[in-house]
Design a protein around this ligand. Structure first.
Ligand code: AMP
Ligand code: MG
Length: 515
């Protein structure tokens, strides 16, 4: 069966009347028509076999996909488009943003589900503002590997079908320090049920275009929240409730695996509760709630690991404001926001208890003291939670300490050893009375605590090789991260703390938005 797309987004929603491609402010429209650029020297970098299988695309030849992604043959994707959205960036209303370097090819129906195909980096659109519409290879590799890894971790996310090198060189000033250089351009084919963001609603509300706002909300409910059967105001309240719940679950999932998004502006918040727009993201190595990989946010650390949940709520307030004109009642929206706030604490404890393999309630003190304890000395989050899987109820304190020792980045002193011993003994005590026996505890922990995550330096190693034309490490990491909870004996080298050379290296611990 040949690839084919339907276009509900453009056939059911208002579009921009202008069809030429130049940067502009777009009013009263959810999208603008725009075609991807045609690239003549493109080549495959990597494909995601998991997504190919899931969408049953095996019969589509690589050359056919390459021709589509490089704009050489767009016959199946006529009338491609860029979406109009705005957003709050770092706490401030930024006005119109939009798909400045993303072009939607259309929606594909597979087994009754809708999947939007989108090319990121395929050239300028009416929303490109002063930028070029391209993406570089390094950031495309990061997006491709991380989105597929997140999916395998069970974290809601947009997906990536594959990356191609566009064949075009792109100029970037990676650290914004006046040293621009030419880099390899690339295109990622992203796939998700929808790429609608909080910002799509915000821009229409800001323009006081309540007709289009209602159309967008109705469209979102019709296609993506069909379980909402109420009508009018009640439907929009339900929509907000559902988005709020999904956002909270997403924040908890990021916390569980140690993911820091880095740029949680409202234009980077998916209405479906998916992780979207992988930019200067990072993974916790030492457990540090104050950490952000984003150098652009170095001063205020607004989007640091430990603040993501609160930012999720802040962003939901902005969405509530945008939906308000359709509801005209603040109370139901406030109740939903309050519920997010109230639920986070207990749900965080529940999630952390699962990481500890415990079934019991009443673990708050144990979890709270662990969060403090993990900051006593630099302790690798991933290795720590996998190591405590081996702790048994009869272990002596020195045996427990030996088990968690590989997670420490420095040698613990006497006081640190003492506080760790105290925590480990209280964990052991809880374990003894918990409903989960050793087997159940291990099973739960091995499904909740990944053994392999895309450590910042791992992605950088794959990028360094790929810049030289060698894509083997991309494939190795992709394969490794497809089963992040499984023991992979021949891959033990990736179950290791961050090497010292990567501690302050650009691309490993420091990333900018320049991509
Ligand atoms: P981001 O920080 O990647 O989420 O992007 C924020 C906004 O800037 C979005 O509207 C993007 O489409 C736009 N943008 C980022 N990079 C580029 C680029 N190279 N060309 C055009 N627009 C871009
Ligand atoms: Mg974005």
């Amino acid at each position: 069966m040949a690839l084919s797309f339907i276009k509900p987004f453009i056939s059911e929603l208002p579009g921009d009347a202008i069809t030429e491609n130049y940067s502009r402010q777009v009013k009263n429209a959810c999208f603008s028509y725009v075609a991807p650029e045609t690239f003549s020297n493109s080549k495959w970098v990597h494909k995601s076999p998991a997504l190919i299988t899931e969408l049953e695309l095996e019969h589509i030849h690589d050359d056919e996909l390459l021709a589509l992604f490089s704009g050489q043959n767009l016959s199946v994707a006529k009338q491609s488009y860029a979406m109009c959205y705005g957003g709050h960036q770092f706490g401030q209303w930024a006005g119109q943003l939009g798909d400045g370097r993303a072009i939607n090819l259309g929606q594909q129906i597979h087994k009754g589900s809708m999947w939007t195909w989108q090319l990121k980096g395929a050239g300028p659109t009416p929303y490109s503002r002063m930028a070029d519409g391209y993406a570089v290879l390094r950031s495309s590799i990061r997006e491709h590997l991380c989105s597929e890894a997140m999916h395998a971790l069970g974290v809601p996310t947009t997906r990536s079908l594959g990356i191609i090198e566009s064949g075009k060189e792109v100029e970037r000033d990676m650290m914004y320090d006046g040293n621009p250089k030419m880099e390899k351009g690339a295109i990622v084919c992203r796939i998700a049920p929808s790429f609608i963001r909080f910002g799509n609603f915000e821009i229409l509300a800001a323009q006081e275009d309540y007709t289009s706002l209602k159309q967008l909300a109705d469209y979102t409910i019709r296609h993506h929240f069909p379980e909402i059967v109420s009508t009018d105001k009640e439907a929009y309240i339900q929509l907000f409730k559902e988005v709020s719940e999904r956002t909270l679950q997403l924040m908890l999932a990021w916390t569980r695996v140690g993911f820091v998004h880095g740029v949680m502006n409202t234009d980077n918040m998916s209405i479906l509760g998916l992780t979207i727009d992988y930019g200067p993201y990072g993974w916790l190595e030492g457990f540090d709630p104050g950490w952000t990989p984003n150098t652009t946010d170095r001063m205020h650390k607004r989007y640091r690991f430990g603040q993501q949940v609160q930012i999720g709520l802040w962003n939901l307030v902005k969405l509530a404001n945008a939906l308000y004109p359709l509801i005209e009642e603040a109370k139901p929206l406030e109740e939903i926001l309050n519920s997010y706030d109230k639920q986070f604490g207990p749900q965080f404890i529940e999630m952390m208890s699962m990481k500890l393999g415990l079934a019991s309630k009443g673990t708050k003190d144990l979890v709270d003291s662990l969060v403090k304890q993990l900051s006593v000395l630099e302790t690798d989050m991933t290795i720590f939670f996998r190591s405590i899987m081996d702790i048994g109820p009869d272990d002596e304190p020195h045996e427990m300490l030996e088990k968690i020792n590989p997670a420490f980045y420095e040698d613990p002193d006497e006081d640190q050893l003492e506080s760790w011993t105290k925590w480990l003994l209280s964990y052991q005590k809880t374990m003894a009375t918990d409903m989960n026996d050793g087997k159940a505890r291990r099973k739960l922990m091995s499904q909740t605590n990944p053994k392999y995550v895309l450590r910042n330096y791992m992605a950088q190693l794959a990028i360094d090789k790929a810049e030289l034309g060698d894509y083997t490490l991309i494939n190795e990491l992709y394969t490794l991260l497809a089963n992040p909870y499984s023991e992979q004996k021949d891959m033990e080298k990736w179950y290791a703390k961050r090497p010292e050379w990567a501690r302050h290296k650009v691309g490993c611990s420091m990333l900018s938005c320049s991509s």
